[in-house]
Design a protein around this ligand. Structure first.
Ligand code: SF4
Length: 435
């Protein structure tokens, strides 16, 4: 008899792809997707541990699932992802109702662990040996999806001072290019028009393995029949090279939007973070990208209140924002994670101060985001349709090449790619009409 699984995904896009792999594996092991938690026989939390708050959220979810499990016989709870990798057995000591704990390198063992749990045998697997040797081809794809993520590498060798990723995701491993291209072709064959290449540091793709360089990989994917848009995340500003920058003027399928996380605008703090680039180098790459593709949009990540960050350092971050005028950004207060170098660092910024800095940064970002959206009004833009818009009956939504969300009233054209005239904007999206 088939059972059903509900996966709750926290954190980054790597986790989103991993959840798709879990669904793919479990669908071959007699599990269908449950429409809601109430319908499910098995719940998996795919976790994130990048900040302390993320940890707390998972444990509070597990509290809710303790009761959920008692409401029907045979219900199972599993925890995967970064928190599972870090906590291992300790997670079951804190939450004994959890049946399965699987780390970031043990997703392929999930069906076997679920079988054990069905026979009331809990299991924990967090070994990182073997690394990523099993790259699933074309994992679970939602019906009619026009965009898909495609993992090209896993892990990271950078060990930025604040970051837990190398500890929970392991060292950098790149996937063979032939494998990636095969998956790109398979996705195009299923109707996918946009591919988002995924890795912790995509610009160092293949260097350890002697694979083709990243810019060659992009070129080859752009030639896959049916693929009209390519994006990639995450880029490391140090490793983004001239050949890749140049591609933005040559390869039309490369979308004119880049997520290029600077983290701080202060050279002193960037050095303390161990990022390997300075403010001037970063800004000059932005200029070269804008020269290669005029009108290019940028987004970034910021950490405020890193140990030792002074008011002057923080002002340097605000001035970088003024120079680039990012379309959007993700910003957080520094959160010390055990096992990272920053955990040991003194000279901490007080909570009130870092909260205030975050408020200042986010209100500047809101202003820039609004200005960027306003600039789009009156223009015609291509939208890749994602589905129904929550903004009203009959409306559709999708992303522009610059990655802005557009809600629009459709015309008669049909298809995934539509030309939409922008008529207005809201806090985070554009509104338009297909003519
Ligand atoms: S580049 Fe730095 S911040 Fe990004 S995943 Fe690697 S260690 Fe973490």
């Amino acid at each position: 008899m088939r059972r059903s699984v509900y996966i709750k995904t926290f954190g980054c896009q790597m986790n989103a792809v991993d959840s798709a792999r879990m669904l793919s594996l479990l669908s071959k092991a007699d599990y269908d997707v449950a429409p809601s938690l109430e319908d499910a026989d098995l719940v998996l939390l795919n976790t994130c541990s990048i900040r302390e708050k993320a940890d707390q959220k998972i444990y509070s979810e597990l509290g809710v699932l303790r009761r959920w499990k008692t409401l029907r016989d045979g219900r199972l709870v599993g925890v995967g992802g970064c928190l599972a990798q870090q906590a291992g057995e300790a997670l079951r000591s804190r939450a004994p109702h959890v049946d399965i704990v699987f780390g970031t390198h043990n997703i392929s063992k999930l069906p076997e662990m679920v079988r054990l749990a069905e026979r009331r045998t809990p299991s924990v697997k967090i070994g990182m040996e073997g690394e990523m040797t099993h790259w699933e081809t074309a994992p679970y794809l939602a019906e009619g999806a026009a965009s898909s993520m495609l993992t090209i590498m896993q892990g990271c060798d950078n060990f930025c001072a604040y970051c837990i990723v190398p500890a929970v995701r392991g060292r950098e491993v790149s996937r063979p290019s032939a494998d990636i291209l095969e998956e790109a072709r398979a996705l195009a064959g299923k109707g996918v028009r946009e591919i988002v290449l995924l890795g912790q540091n995509v610009n160092s793709y293949g260097k350890k393995e002697g694979e083709i360089p990243f810019h060659d990989l992009l070129r080859r994917i752009a030639k896959v029949d049916g693929i009209s848009r390519i994006r990639f995340i995450t880029s490391h500003p140090r490793d983004l090279d001239e050949r890749t920058i140049g591609l933005f003027s040559e390869v039309e399928a490369l979308c004119p939007h880049l997520h290029l996380p600077i983290q701080s605008g202060s050279d002193r703090i960037l050095t303390a973070m161990g990022r390997g680039y300075g403010r001037r180098e970063y800004l000059s790459k932005i200029l070269r990208l804008r020269a290669a593709r005029p009108g290019m949009a940028f987004s970034s990540d910021f950490i405020v209140g890193f140990p030792g960050e002074s008011e002057d350092d923080f002002r340097d971050t605000l001035s970088v924002m003024e120079e680039v005028r990012y379309d959007s950004s993700f910003s957080f207060r520094f959160s010390p994670r055990p096992g990272t170098r920053a955990w040991e660092m003194g000279d901490r910024v007080g909570p009130e101060e870092s909260r205030e800095r975050l408020r200042t940064l986010q209100s500047l970002q809101d202003r820039h985001s609004r200005e960027r959206l306003m600039e789009a009004v009156g223009k015609e833009m291509e939208v890749l349709v994602e589905g129904k818009s929550p903004k009203g009956p009959g409306k559709l939504c999708g992303r522009t090449p610059c990655h802005k969300m557009m809600n629009f009233t459709p015309g008669r054209s049909g298809g995934h790619l539509r030309k939409v005239h922008v008529v207005s904007f809201g806090a985070h999206s554009l509104s338009g009409e297909e003519r």
